[in-house]
Design a protein around this ligand. Structure first.
Ligand code: F6R
Length: 245
């Protein structure tokens, strides 16, 4: 795993956006795996600014999001489909029909999981997956204890993840209790992974990722087995690191 140190959140976002822009310019039909949450917001803002200023085109790009809450429709402001439209897709020239987010309100959720996995495979897999990390090491919504063999599946969200995401809802009770997520095996099949880590709240996770063992109780540790992972972390996240690579 290669670690790039960014000065701060803005710098991390710019470095990551530039990285993605280079990939898209080089491979206009790239398949991108995308994440939601607070961390990638700055990246998406940079991608939009670059599209408007330099005209980087996403017309040939296909995107697959990591996850979606169960029970929310794509028009619900708390759904990840809404987040993606609002924070990125509506402002660039990607073709909406080529943007995929699991449907959290599908009639048959188990079938939705199987179909989503097939969809990724039928498109030849993900070339570059963007990831954030939970303080407990979760990637996607794969919480500690998730088998490394999992494909897209339904998860019961932990209390800590619901608590962390409650800031986007009116109350904790409104945060859905279940979600669909790409599995660990699905994520590991991506040809390349770009992991973003920002802020002191993530220092412990970064520390454990870099210096701990590969362990299903810390899902992100599986990334050590991936041949092509780049971490961009800001100073605040790196600050107290005991090990630096
Ligand atoms: C989001 C996702 C999650 C987040 C993680 C960090 O699609 O899959 O794993 O990346 O919860 O969230 P933030 O960036 O809000 O700290």
């Amino acid at each position: 795993m290669k670690v790039i140190e960014a000065k701060d959140y803005q710098d991390m976002s710019k470095l990551a956006a530039d990285y993605i822009i280079r990939k898209v310019s080089h491979s206009p039909k790239i398949k991108l795996g995308l994440a939601t949450g607070g961390t990638p917001l700055g990246i998406y803002a940079n991608l939009i600014a670059d599209h408007q200023k330099n005209g980087t085109s996403y017309q040939g790009v296909t995107t697959f999001n990591l996850d979606e809450y169960i029970g929310l429709s794509g028009t619900d402001p708390n759904s990840y489909r809404y987040y993606m439209n609002h924070n990125l897709f509506d402002h660039i020239d990607v073709q909406k029909q080529n943007t995929f987010v699991p449907r959290g309100n599908a009639d048959d959720i188990e079938k939705e999981c199987i179909d989503y996995e097939k969809l990724i495979k039928n498109h030849g897999g993900i070339d570059l997956q963007i990831l954030g990390i939970g303080s407990n090491g979760h990637i996607g919504f794969n919480e500690p204890g998730t088998s490394f063999d999992t494909e897209t599946h339904v998860v019961q969200l932990t209390a800590s993840t619901r608590q962390a995401n409650a800031r986007y809802f009116n109350s904790l009770e409104e945060v859905p209790t279940k979600a669909i997520t790409m599995g660990i095996a699905s994520i590991m099949r991506s040809k390349e992974i770009l992991l973003l880590i920002s802020g002191e709240k993530k220092t412990e996770a970064l520390n454990r990722l870099l210096s701990g063992n590969v362990d299903e109780n810390f899902p992100a540790s599986v990334l050590k087995r991936h041949p092509y992972v780049t971490i961009i972390a800001d100073k605040a996240a790196i600050a107290d690191l005991k090990v630096n690579s």
